[in-house]
Design a protein around this ligand. Structure first.
Ligand code: GTP
Ligand code: MG
Length: 320
């Protein structure tokens, strides 16, 4: 029905074009030339024969169709500008966005590690709100799967951030699917079974807060390390697969331990070993500064210079 309407419209437009009367238009349509594009792409003699009109009439029709065909040119830099913002979630801090090359990007795993109260969860909340924003406001117009392994999800805090962003808090909360996990089995299964939810609900961001807490508490001691790393490896690969398959962003938080092997500099190391280190596309090290200030350092990011920026955790959320 809608298709017929469209055809009718394109032929009507054609009839309005100079040089094409209703009889020619009708002949064109019954011969299958039902859009301006098809006519513009045809050859005069072929059209004349197939539609049974004079070569002159065919030439006129083709010329008119060509005139009516608009081609939108875009410069390379315009496309580049668009690509830069496409597929990135704003953090609500200009400085942090710049550090991350525009924001938290899709198709990758972005990790934040740091000590308690360094702002890892707060940044997760901010992203859970911001991913719902329209594209021109730094969002992806998508929903969120939030895996909460520590029981730290706070709807009232989301409410505040949403209101500050000029969004309806109930709408924002409705779009965040929270799974409270108490075992690694639950955590792993939530991701293994996520495809349906992602497809049906247009999930554009998966948050795992925290990635390692349950793995650390369940697999204790040297003897369990092998099994832990194997399970962790499969889990994080599944996450990466989802990121690639659905063009979504993955934000994971991670804890730290003091590494006594490091004699100089900051001995703080994220837990999870090589498996997390290799899987994370971007790693942010967050640490507390004065009052509401936090220092974020980008570590080992491909295509981006290592660097630092300062953010604030305010009542309204993450800010410069
Ligand atoms: P762990 O999960 O314990 O490892 O820490 P984290 O890195 O996840 O810390 P989180 O993101 O929870 O940061 C907690 C800090 O955020 C607090 O110490 C506060 O400074 C700040 N914060 C949390 N809620 C609010 C709030 O409602 N208003 C303001 N202004 N700051 C807040
Ligand atoms: Mg936390």
């Amino acid at each position: 029905m809608a298709k017929d309407k469209e055809k009718e419209k394109s032929i009507k437009e054609l009839e309005d074009l100079p040089g094409i009367g209703p009889t020619t238009a009708e002949k064109l349509r019954s011969a299958g030339y039902d859009t301006i594009n098809k006519i513009a792409a045809s050859a005069a003699y072929e059209l004349s024969e197939l539609v049974d009109i004079s070569v002159d009439a065919a030439k006129k029709a083709i010329e008119a169709a060509k005139q009516a065909t608009t081609i939108n040119y875009e410069s390379g830099s315009e496309i580049y500008e668009k690509r830069k913002v496409l597929g990135k979630i704003t953090t609500s801090s200009k400085g942090l966005n710049e550090l991350l090359g525009g924001g938290v990007e899709v198709n990758s795993i972005v990790e934040a590690y740091g000590k308690f109260a360094s702002g890892k969860t707060q940044l997760g909340f901010q992203l859970a709100v911001n991913v719902q924003l329209p594209h021109d406001k730094g969002g992806l117009e998508g929903r969120v799967l939030f895996i909460d392994t520590e029981g730290t999800f706070r709807p009232d805090r989301i409410e505040n951030l949403a209101t500050a962003a000029g969004m309806d808090p109930k709408y924002v909360l409705d779009n965040i699917f929270v799974v409270r996990c108490s075992t690694t089995t639950e955590q792993i299964l939530t991701i293994e079974r996520a495809n349906k939810l992602i497809e049906e609900k247009n999930i554009k961001l998966i948050i795992v807060d925290s990635m390692m807490a349950l793995f650390r508490s369940e697999f204790i001691g040297r003897g369990a390390l092998n099994e832990r790393q194997q399970k962790l490896n499969a889990h994080i690969h599944k996450l990466q697969n989802l990121a690639d398959q659905y063009n979504l962003a993955i934000y994971i938080t991670n804890q730290v331990m003091d590494n006594p092997g490091i004699l100089f500099g900051d001995p703080t190391t994220p837990v999870g070993g090589n498996i997390i280190a290799h899987a994370a596309t971007m790693r942010m090290y967050m640490r507390k500064s004065k009052e509401d200030k936090r220092i974020v350092r980008l570590v080992d990011a491909p295509n981006l210079p290592d660097g630092e920026c300062v953010i604030k955790i305010t009542a309204n959320g993450i800010r410069d």
